[in-house]
Design a protein around this ligand. Structure first.
Ligand code: AMP
Length: 372
């Protein structure tokens, strides 16, 4: 295990394995281009090591050059791709093969294709050492691939985590083992959002509230927002498929998190099962679920009060509030036994001063993770 900045990474691909893949690619491409002098264009910074080993393994005459793009901020793809070093000028009439270290969502690739399609190159092909087929958007054909890898954050062999790790000869994978992933349970008004706000600061976690994500989308008039609105206005649950996909997106967007607080998710058994499967596929798990307990009448009073201040449509009408409680009792309450079976269910009294309740939650968390 190695540590880069604040994160731990475990060995994933050995040097021999990587070099064998590079060699295979060089031979495959050499076969196709042995009768001409192709121009290899490495994509900096990540591809520098790959380009170097690739050229050493390429047996025929060739040219080499570089472009530089930047799309990663920390561990998350920001979606913004800048060009920092432009296309070489002597490209006319040449066969260009772009050498990429990794293709994931395809955003960088889109930019590259855009850049090169405006040149007078004879043709251009894409070769990527690593390829995350699970998340690639499939927009362009990838002509040569070294290795398909799962969608995990990797460093080494040119790839970095905030600029560290590029010099490693092997590839390492983010170790999710020491994450803290919590599910906060409780009926509407139990204080999940408020408490999550304190806990995320205390334990450096990413707070995902599905209710907040829906409200954000409603406010911005997105398709998702329009779809969710009718359910939310009535106090019904939004369909599982919609909510589950949205939740996965939120987790994907925050790969750098030291852990997550799931607030308002899962709310049905199908969601709980989907969460378990999804986290497992990322080498993660729910570590604990904590319920905030409070009686209905107290909650109704709290929600009506909150509705006055926030203007939330589902907080202003007692019958909608009661409908949300019914939804909870019918669909969410069964999750208690789901998590009890996994030995992961805990509950605290949700009545009292806000900081008192934070204290109760922290006590459970500290004991679980031996943080005391
Ligand atoms: P909340 O802010 O968590 O009380 O959520 C407000 C509303 O958003 C709920 O009443 C549901 O209509 C919808 N919602 C939030 N989370 C979920 C979920 N996990 N499954 C289905 N619907 C949800």
């Amino acid at each position: 295990m190695i540590k880069l900045h604040d994160k731990y990474f475990k060995p994933y691909l050995g040097e021999d394995e990587i070099l064998a893949a590079v060699k295979r690619m060089a031979q495959e491409i050499a076969e196709d281009y042995k009768d001409e002098v192709p121009l290899f264009v490495g994509v900096l910074n990540g591809a520098f090591m790959f380009v170097s080993d690739f050229l050493k393994a390429y047996p025929y005459p060739c040219n080499v050059s570089f472009v530089r793009l930047s799309s990663y901020q920390g561990l998350t793809s920001t979606g913004i791709v800048e060009s920092l070093l432009d296309i070489p000028e002597d490209i006319n009439g040449k066969s260009v093969i772009i050498l990429e270290d990794v293709i994931d969502t395809g955003r960088t690739l889109k930019q590259l294709v855009h850049m090169f399609s405006q040149t007078n190159a004879k043709e251009f092909k894409i070769a990527s050492l690593f390829y995350k087929s699970e998340i690639y958007n499939g927009e362009y054909q990838i002509d040569y691939v070294g290795m398909e890898i799962p969608d995990d954050f990797i460093v080494g062999y040119g790839l970095d985590y905030n600029e560290l790790g590029r010099n490693l000869r092997e590839v390492y994978q983010l170790n999710q083992g020491n994450m803290i992933n919590l599910v906060l349970f409780g009926k509407p008004g139990a204080g999940k959002g408020t408490q999550a706000g304190f806990l995320k600061e205390k334990y450096n976690l990413k707070h995902i509230s599905t209710g907040d994500v829906f409200r954000y989308n409603m406010k911005n008039g997105t398709e998702l927002g329009k779809l969710a609105k009718s359910y939310i206005d009535r106090g019904d649950l939004v369909p599982d498929e919609v909510t589950i996909d949205m939740l996965k997106d939120e987790v994907e967007k925050n790969q750098e998190a030291a852990g997550f607080i799931f607030d308002g998710f899962p709310r049905t058994t199908a969601q709980a099962e989907a969460l378990d499967n999804f986290l497992e596929s990322k080498d993660m798990q729910v570590n604990a679920t904590i319920a905030l307990e409070a009686e209905d009448d107290i909650l109704v009073a709290r929600l009506l009060e909150r509705g006055k201040a926030s203007g939330r449509s589902d907080d202003q009408d007692e019958s909608k509030i009661r409908n949300r409680f019914d939804e909870y009792n019918e669909k969410t309450a069964p999750l208690k036994s789901y998590y009890e079976k996994q030995g992961k269910f805990h509950s605290v009294n949700g009545i009292g001063e806000i900081n008192e309740i934070t204290g109760r939650l922290a006590k459970v968390i500290d004991a679980l993770f031996e943080l005391e």
